[in-house]
Design a protein around this ligand. Structure first.
Ligand code: SF4
Ligand code: SF4
Length: 56
């Protein structure tokens, strides 16, 4: 699974990169919907602050 960490600066760059629209604005940082995410990894490279990480 992929998660967005507290390093997120809420720039929104990752949102249009996700082919299944699994990323949305959260309360403090952006969020990946675990149910929708297909673990494609496309969003990782779009983040300027490396806030998207793969977790077990
Ligand atoms: S890993 Fe792929 S499906 Fe999951 S949030 Fe990132 S771009 Fe979307
Ligand atoms: S691209 Fe990175 S910093 Fe920007 S909203 Fe997405 S996770 Fe946050």
């Amino acid at each position: 699974m992929y998660v967005i960490t507290e390093n997120c600066i809420c720039c929104g760059a990752c949102v249009p990169e996700c082919p299944v629209e699994a990323i949305s604005e959260g309360n403090e940082v952006y969020l990946i919907d675990e149910e929708m995410c297909t673990d494609c990894g496309t969003c990782v490279e779009s983040c300027p602050v490396e806030a998207i990480e793969e977790r077990d």
